[in-house]
Design a protein around this ligand. Sequence first.
Ligand SMILES: [Zn+2]
Length: 331
Amino acid sequence: MRQGHNHNHRQYPRQTKPTRPIKTNRAPRRIFLFAICVSIIVLGVFIVNAFRQGQAAYDNYSNSGYTASPSPRHPLNAGGYSQYNSDNSQYNGHSPQTLSFNELADISNDLLLLVNPDYAVPPHISGNLVRISGYVRALNPAAILRDDALTHLRAMFDSAENYGFTQFRVTQAFRTHEYQQNLFEVMGEGGLAAPPGHSEHQVGLAVDISYEGVNIGNSVQGDWLMANSYRYGFILRYPEHKTEITGVPFEPWHYRYVGLPHAYYMTAYDLVLEEYIQLLQQESELTVRLNGVTYTVRHVSADETIVIPEMYSFTASLDNTGGIIVTMWPN
Ligand SMILES: [Zn+2]
C-alpha cells in the first residue's frame, strides 16, 4: 500500500515536465534515425561480405585459381642462374648469361608492376598470397597479402615498435576483382576506390595502414612511415604533391611494396612509380648504391636481350607498360 502511494506520488512531477518539442520536428528526426539504421545495416552487410570474400579469395589461392603458378612462373633450370631463393625469384649467376625478354618475363616477380588508371591489372600475377593474421595486426582476420610484402611489412611494424608505435594496423590488403567492383559501386565514380581492374590491391602488394584504427594522415605515426617505409621496400604510393602524375588523390594510408633498392631510389629522388618507370625507359640503366652494395637497374624492351655478368645475382619484373626491369648486383 505504501509503495503504491509512493509510486503515484512520484509520478506527479513527471507529468509537469515541459512537453516535448512540437510534433512536426519529430518526423525528420525519425527519418534521420531510420537512415542511420539503414546505413549501419548496409555497412554491416558490406563488411561481412568483404570478410567472406577475403576468405574465399584465400581459399581460391590455396587451391591455385588466380596466379599462373607460384613465382617464378617457369623455374629455369638450365644455365647456372636457376637457384631460386625464398625471397621470391632471385637468381644467382655463376657464369655470364644472355637472357631474352621472354625468358625474363617467365621469371618476373612482378614487384614493379605499374597499376594505375591507365594500366590495368594483368591477368596473371606472380607471388604467393598468405593470410596476414598472426604476423601483423589487421582489421580483417582473413586479410591476405603476398608473402614477400608481408615479410617486410612485419619488419617495418617491428621496427616501428622500437619507436613506441605499437598499434599500426592493416585495414586493407589484397582485394579480388569482385571486391574491387563492389567497393567501386559503393564509393561511386570519383570516390576514393579505383575502378575494378585498376587497383594495386588486386596485385597483393598494397596495404592500407591505420593507427589504432585512425587515419594516419597528419600524425607522427604517418610521418614515421613516410620517412622509414623505404627501408623495408615500401613506398607511399599516392603522395600529396604527385596527384597529377598518379591520377589518384593523396592517400596517406596506402603503401605499396616494390622492394629494394627501388623503394630507396624512389624515395631519395622523390619519384612515384610512374616517374621511376619513365626514368628507366629514358635512361635505360641506373646505378643505386645501398648498404655497401652496388645495384644495376636496367630497363629491357620487348626486342632486347640482357647479359647478366658473371657472379651476379638478379631479379626481373615486368613493369606492365611493355618493359621488364632487371635488378643485378654482385654476389
Ligand atoms: Zn589502398
